[in-house]
Design a protein around this ligand. Structure first.
Ligand code: GEK
Length: 330
């Protein structure tokens, strides 16, 4: 872990990151305190076992299942042992990955989201990229496939951090991709302004009680002219302007604001963004989010009305996701 962060600080050459180097180390140390998460020692043990395998000879970030391979395949026994260790990081939600020919069939086809988002992005090459709520880092690896200067994933989940570090171990240090086990709200901003050229927030806005503050915090991390990619749950325009669920939404407890697309466009413009556009609208299918061998718990199918797949089990419109793209003014 120490090595991961030592390398990270060395990538933060820009003076706008000086404040990060001051503020973040104690926050990361606190986040990694095992007393805060009873599972952490078990995951770190499994990660230690992963580190017993050599770095992979090759990897491919530009394929649906981000993959690492060796010239000489692992023996049957080595592969079985590796698979047992990888399963210690259950549930694998965001992927898929292929690690030495072990296919990690995650709950989500995160590759499908990437296919919807990628055609609409300003090229990521040589850019500094921030992915808020990055999950296991699946999209971060896909971003790294586009050769950015730096890609930083931020997510408070320590399980996701460990899943990211599994891939990082096999891929090695040559990719400038890093994971911070923090929230967006914990990231400081330099008085000189934000440093990121592209900021992603995918699947996070509806978890925030204060969505306008979330949008403004994303904006603070961006340089003038930078691009924001905001993906979130919305309601169909026919439903109205906004849904605030009474309690759960599709069985999720922490869902707050689901605007319509025109309403979300107003939020983004009101926060000072330009060129606000919705580039994709997609109802999540039970083929994209489902129970698998690597995520054995209930998934979308159990969260929809059994009589009507266009409704959640609570009677709300079924999950519909919009991808919004916009720019911070120059
Ligand atoms: N304040 C916060 N700051 C940072 N992360 C947060 C915060 N609150 C929640 N998260 C994190 O945001 C992620 C949302 S999942 C999207 C994953 C990926 N982006 C995807 O588009 O597939 C969507 C879902 O599963 O509902 C989780 O990993 C949280 O820990």
């Amino acid at each position: 872990m120490k090595q991961h962060y030592d390398t990270f600080w060395s990538h933060l050459g820009d003076s706008r990151f000086e404040i990060w180097k001051e503020v973040l180390p104690p926050l990361i140390e606190e986040a990694l305190n095992p007393e805060g998460n009873g599972n952490l020692p078990r995951w770190l043990d499994a990660l230690q076992k992963i580190k017993g395998y050599p770095q992979a000879d090759d990897y491919d970030l530009n394929v649906d299942a981000v993959s690492v391979t060796n010239k000489t395949p692992l023996s049957g026994e080595e592969k079985a042992e590796l698979e047992r260790t990888l399963r210690a990081f259950h549930p694998w939600r965001k992927g898929p990955f292929s690690i030495h020919d072990i296919f990690i069939d995650t709950e989500w086809h995160s590759d499908w989201k990437w296919q919807r988002v990628r055609p609409h992005l300003a090229p990521l090459e040589d850019r500094r990229v921030l992915d808020i709520g990055c999950g296991s880092g699946y999209h971060l690896w896909r971003m790294l496939g586009e050769k950015p200067k730096l890609a930083v994933g931020v997510d408070p989940s320590l399980l996701f951090m460990n899943q990211f570090l599994v891939l990082k171990h096999f891929i090695g240090e040559q990719e400038p991709g890093f994971f911070l086990p923090l929230t967006l709200e914990q990231l400081p901003v330099s008085q000189k302004g934000g440093a990121f050229d592209t900021v992603f927030s995918m699947g996070v806005l509806y978890h925030r009680r204060s969505p306008i503050d979330h949008i403004l915090e994303l904006k603070n991390q961006m340089r003038p002219g930078g691009e924001l990619v905001l993906e979130t749950l919305v309601v169909p325009e026919s439903f109205g302007q906004l849904l605030v669920p009474e309690d759960r939404y599709a069985q999720m407890r922490n869902v707050w604001f689901l605007p319509s697309v025109p309403e979300l466009e107003i939020w983004l413009r009101r926060c000072g963004f330009k060129n606000v556009r919705c580039v994709d609208l997609d109802q999540t299918s039970t083929k994209e989010q489902r129970t698998t061998d690597w995520m054995e718990w209930n998934s979308l199918e159990s969260f929809l009305d059994p009589q009507d797949p266009n409704k959640t089990i609570e009677g709300y419109p079924a999950p519909l996701r919009a991808v919004m793209v916009c720019n911070k003014p120059q």
